[in-house]
Write a protein that binds this ligand. Structure first.
Ligand SMILES: [Fe+2]
Ligand SMILES: [Fe+2]
Length: 269
């Protein structure tokens, strides 16, 4: 069972580049095209937030064009650069998940190959803030959802990583409520992993009795600067994440978008 994760595409209005350098729409298109060459076809494609850069209608309009006609096939997560109402206007599947500016928290239950799976989507955004948060109401909701799904394999999906990465400016903002979330998750050994975005860099941590993962971005990667220096990016390409999810757990992979090629060494022929 494969879960593809496309994170932080940061789409701009048509014709505008990220920092005048990165064509984020072209990168997202390439990421989507990359999935067509991956076998097996992903069972789920999750978009883990910061789908656009400034929450503006023309950016969402551009996002819609890049994603194409199957908008309802994506599992959509809100990021701090998003606008909840803007997301609801683009994705019809969110129409049943509250309205307006209410947090976009929801669950997808699915049966695959005799396995009962649940993806719990948490909205860690705080309108107008860079930092993330889960409030007491959301954590109580999470506890209830997990309590009702003790016999299922669960993946939690959210924008902000619940762990510190060591990258100074990211940790400074961080995610409020992360410790309380860890305490809830630790009660349920059937949580296979927590996958997130926001970091623009692959990172994992043992957390809450499970593993927490932060995905790189399809647009641009943050420099792994552990000395607290200012925000900086690398020249690495856009990347995507692939989660191979079996009843033994989740193995998470990252790879550059585009054609990575494939060749077989002599000894293996
Ligand atoms: Fe981002
Ligand atoms: Fe973010």
């Amino acid at each position: 069972m494969l879960v593809a994760q496309l994170s932080d595409p940061h789409i701009f209005a048509r014709g505008k580049l990220m920092e005048g350098v990165v064509d984020t729409a072209a990168n997202l298109s390439l990421a989507l095209a990359s999935l067509e060459n991956i076998a097996p076809t992903p069972d789920f494609i999750v978009l883990t937030g910061d789908l656009v850069n400034d929450g503006e209608p023309e950016q969402y309009d551009h996002l819609k064009e890049v994603l194409g006609t199957s908008l309802d096939s994506f599992i959509v997560v809100a990021g701090n650069h998003d606008d909840r109402a803007g997301l609801r206007a683009v994705f019809p599947q969110l129409s049943s998940v509250g309205s307006g500016n209410a947090p976009i928290d929801y669950v997808i239950d699915a049966e695959r190959d005799g396995r009962s799976l649940s993806l719990i989507v948490l909205d860690t955004t705080v309108p107008g803030e860079h930092a993330g948060a889960l409030d007491a109401t959301q954590l109580e909701w999470l506890d209830v959802q997990l309590g009702e799904r003790c016999d299922r394999e669960v993946l939690i999906v959210q924008h902000h990583p619940p762990f510190n990465s060591g990258i100074g400016f990211m940790d400074t903002y961080g995610m409020h409520g992360a410790e309380a979330e860890a305490a809830v998750v630790a009660k349920y050994p059937n949580v296979a992993a927590v996958i997130s975005g926001h970091l623009h860099r692959p990172a994992t941590a043992a957390w809450g009795g499970t593993v927490a993962f932060a995905s790189p971005s399809t647009a641009a990667q943050v420099s792994p600067s552990f000395n607290g220096e200012t925000t900086s990016y690398t020249d690495e390409p856009g990347m995507l994440s692939l989660h191979w999810w079996t009843d033994e757990g989740v193995a998470s992979h990252v790879q550059p978008i585009g054609d990575c090629g494939r060749w077989v060494p002599e000894w293996a022929k």
